[in-house]
Design a protein. Structure first.
Length: 371
């Protein structure tokens, strides 16, 4: 071993063991790889219809030379009014991902246990591991539904935090009311139940509003996470929020955040977006309609499509998905092959415009025929 290697500064063992978050690639990279300018970006679950005109109008009024409101008071007041919960229970973050990290910093110690599912949203695993926690992942069933019996069994062991996304990322399925109530009934004192509803605005009306369900669970410690990235089209500005069961949990989350964590443009855009809910509802209605069309189109091609309550589909290709995604990239189409163990045959594709959805299906069919 050389002297340089011997004296090299080493990171914490927990950090060295972290899995890599699969963030995908940008349209600019796709243009370089494919040589095409007409890129169909269908990997990151962005809103294909952009943002409300109300958001566009407010962006020019921001003075970037001034710090943002560190407490995000205006935005939190707007959320408080919309949701009917006290402002003291609301925390805003640089994306809901930052709030996942905040919860882990606030509550986890080395050796604590965190519960989630598999396949999972990567940060439900990465952030707890970074805090030194052990992550227990309950696989979904063969039908790619939540394994409620197995989750109840693990909840009985009182994990410190349980991260459950509904609708699920990457699978797309959501918790029906009886199923959610079973999970909440199985959650014991000492466990923080975190319901990640990043895709809440995209679910059908026969699924429950998790916040309303949890509000009727006195004595349970919980947080609901939501975001402006999907339905409201603010993915590039990074603004999410969490609603806690009590002000103490929200205060603990905020204490771990950096000052000015949500920038002034993001705060103003999110506040404006809340004032134009009609635009959001129209956009999500179009996405949900196109979700049905693409699902039927792919099933006619013989592709297994998991029922989705989100703005993406999870496809079982019956073969390794990475080569298929690579072939699609050569055609100027960005999709996300799932890299999690036991799920590498799956591809996640965002719902884009009707034109790009059809383009994806047309390009996918011959690729599957020859691979």
């Amino acid at each position: 071993m050389s002297l340089i290697e011997e004296n090299a500064l080493k990171s914490r063992s927990e950090v060295a063991a972290l899995p890599v978050y699969n963030a995908g690639i940008t349209a600019s990279v796709a243009r370089q790889v494919s040589g095409r300018q007409d890129i169909a970006a269908l990997a990151s679950n962005e809103n294909p219809y952009g943002v409300s005109p109300a958001v566009t109008a407010v962006l020019t009024s921001i003075d970037p030379s001034r710090y943002s409101d560190s407490a995000a008071v205006t935005l939190r007041h707007a959320l408080s009014e919309k949701l009917g919960v006290g402002i003291e229970r609301i925390t805003c973050g640089n994306g809901s991902e930052e709030l996942i990290a905040a919860l882990c910093r606030a509550y986890l110690q080395k050796g604590d246990v965190v519960l989630t599912v598999s396949p999972s949203f990567g940060l439900h695993e990465i952030e707890p591991m970074a805090a030194g926690a052990q992550v227990i992942k309950v696989p979904m069933t063969d039908k790619l539904e939540f394994d409620i019996d197995a989750l109840e069994e693990q909840l009985a062991r009182r994990p410190k935090i349980a991260f459950i996304s509904s609708p699920s990322n990457p699978v797309g399925v959501a918790l029906a009311l009886p199923v959610l109530e079973r999970l909440l009934a199985a959650t014991l004192p000492g466990t923080l139940f975190v319901l990640d509803e990043a895709y809440f605005e995209l679910i059908d009306s026969d699924y429950p509003d998790g916040l309303k369900v949890l509000e009727n669970r006195p004595g349970l410690s919980w947080v609901v996470l939501r975001t402006f990235s999907k339905a409201y089209g603010l993915a590039g500005l990074r603004v999410g929020y969490g609603i806690a069961s009590d002000a103490g949990i929200a205060r603990a989350m905020r204490s771990t955040l950096t000052p000015f964590n949500v920038n002034s443009v993001a705060q103003a855009a999110a506040t404006a977006a809340l004032q134009d809910e009609d635009w959001m509802r129209n956009a999500t209605a179009r996405i949900k309609a196109d979700r049905v069309v693409l699902t039927e189109r792919l099933r006619k091609m013989g592709v297994r499509v998991v029922p989705s309550q989100t703005n993406f589909l999870f496809l079982d290709l019956g073969r390794e998905a990475a080569p298929v995604a690579k072939a699609l990239l050569q055609k100027g189409i960005i999709v996300k092959p799932w890299m999690e163990a036991n799920y590498t045959n799956f591809l996640r594709v965002s719902i884009g415009t009707a034109k790009n959805n059809e383009r994806f299906a047309q390009e996918l069919e011959p690729i599957l025929a020859r691979t």
